[in-house]
Every structure is written in C-alpha cells, then in structure tokens.
Design a protein around this ligand. Structure first.
Ligand code: XBP
Ligand code: MG
Length: 268
C-alpha cells in the first residue's frame, strides 16, 4: 500500500529566502574582496539562477558577461581552482550573513518539519548548495532540527547538479525508498525538473525569483507552505489533483492525499 514515508526538502528558496539577500550579497562581497568589478544585481541574478550551483554560476557569468577577463593564476593552478577559491570566500561571507541573523525560515517550514519529526515521517535534504551552508542555515534558524534529517545531500556530492535528478536519486538510494513513498518540496523550475526526473511528486512554494517560472509538472503550486492560522494561496494544482479547500496549509494529511492522488488516482 502506497504511503508517505519521507519528505525531501530543497533548501535555497524553499526552507528560506536565501538567494536575493544571502547568496547574491555574499557573491558580490567575495567579488569585491578579490578586486573584481563584477556586481550581480537583483535582475542579473534572476537570470543566473537558471544555473544551479555557485561555482557553475560564476563560470556562466564569466563566460557570458566578462569573456575577456583573465585572472592571475598562481603556477600550477587552473581556472577551476580560481573559481573554487572565489567560491570558498563566498561561502565564508554567506555564513557570516546567516550568523548575523539576516535570514529566517519561510512560513510553515518549522511547523511541517516539527509535525513530520513528531510522527516519524523521515526527513531529508536535496540541495545544490554546499553542505556547510545547509548546516549554518539550520543552526541559525532551527537548531533542534539539524539532527532530524537522515540524509543531507548537498553540493558536489553528485557530479551533476539540478536540473539533473542525481541529487534526488542519491537521497532515495541512501534512504532505500521508492519515489512513490516520498514528497519533494521545491521552489524552482530546475528543482522541479530534478525531482520529477527522479520520479517524485513535487510541491512548489514559489518566491519572488521563481513565481513566473513554468511548473506544469508540479503536483501543487503554493505561495508558501502556510500556517494553520495563516493559510497559503494555491496557485495551481496538477490535472486531477484535488485539495480539501482553497485555504490550506501543507500538513502531513494533505501530503499523504497528494501522494495517493498522484500515484494511485483510481483508488482515491
Ligand atoms: C540553489 C543553488 C545554489 C545557491 C548557491 O540551491 O543553485 O547554488 O544559489 O549556493 P537549492 P552555492 O538546490 O537549495 O535551491 O554557492 O553553495 O552553490
Ligand atoms: Mg531552491
């Protein structure tokens, strides 16, 4: 019998609005510290978010916006080493921003994690960002939850980042679960592509960067996970998916119902 066993969370944009005021700012700080005149505006960053991964995003920017730039490379080092060093500096700056309390969790995240933990639903993370960024985000926003995640799959742990399905497949293998037993929670089109290619039903919680992206493959598109006393708005449901009312918050009862409808619609 099909039954929800686990929730798999994306991090950036889903657990917290980390991109505009977190990662983007940290990238710019790292560029300035390296003496570069690169600056990622809010709008340029929107385009760059089509590329998953900070190192990959730096390379994309370099190729697209500053193709004639040549960094001074110490002997025996490569352009990839230079990018990796710049990205390490960015990660350090990002951590400083989080430690300063600049970012909090999105509505409903704490509620749903707490409900899942209390009822034995397994939890995992599938993210493109670095593992240290996940740790610092949870430490600074919801420290007790750090030990709740059975698998934190992050960054370079797989060769291909989202939209490739590798990170979700890694989580499923580690947890020894079938995709039909899990629900993925994402915020972006590339995250949705990754989760769907791994066979997962996926709920999207949009944010300002992702609101207009295509989400045709999503089970449900919401503006947040919602709180009991402050429901979220349903932006779209997949064909055939029914929700109990227009004023909901995503809880485990609804998560289970979504799974049943997605994978065994004839029984619902
Ligand atoms: C979103 C990403 C990440 C962050 C930056 O990750 O694409 O690359 O923007 O983090 P998620 P790094 O899968 O959680 O949405 O610089 O550490 O890559
Ligand atoms: Mg995301």
């Amino acid at each position: 019998m099909l039954q929800l066993q686990a929730l798999i969370f994306d991090v950036d944009g889903t657990l917290a609005e980390t991109e505009r005021d977190g990662h983007r700012v940290a990238f710019n700080q790292a560029f300035a510290a390296a003496g570069l005149d690169w600056h990622w505006s809010i709008d340029i960053y929107r385009k760059l978010l089509e590329i998953g991964g900070g190192k990959e995003r730096i390379r994309e920017f370099w190729q697209r916006y500053a193709p004639s730039f040549r960094p001074t490379l110490p002997a025996g080092t490569s352009e990839s080493d230079w990018i990796a060093q710049l990205h390490r500096e960015k990660t350090r700056r990002y951590s400083d921003l989080l430690q300063a309390g600049k970012i909090s969790l999105r509505p409903g995240v704490k509620r749903l994690l707490t409900e899942a933990h209390a009822t034995g639903i397994r939890l995992a993370i599938a993210t493109t960002t670095s593992p240290e960024n996940v740790t610092v985000l949870l430490e600074t926003t919801f420290p007790e939850s750090l030990g709740w995640f059975e698998v934190i799959a992050a960054g370079d742990i797989v060769p291909a980042k989202k939209p490739a399905p590798d990170i979700y497949q890694y989580v499923l293998e580690e947890m020894r679960l079938a995709p039909q037993q899990c629900l993925a929670i994402e915020d972006s089109s590339i995250g949705l592509q990754a989760a769907r290619q791994a066979g997962l039903a996926t709920v999207i919680t949009v944010n300002d960067y992702t609101r207009d992206q295509p989400f045709a493959e999503a089970t449900l598109v919401l503006d947040s996970l919602g709180e009991v006393d402050a429901p979220c708005q349903i932006l779209r449901t997949a064909y055939g998916i029914r929700v109990p009312s227009r004023r909901i918050c995503l809880d485990l009862t609804l998560a289970e119902a979504l799974l049943q409808q997605q994978f065994q619609p004839q029984l619902v």
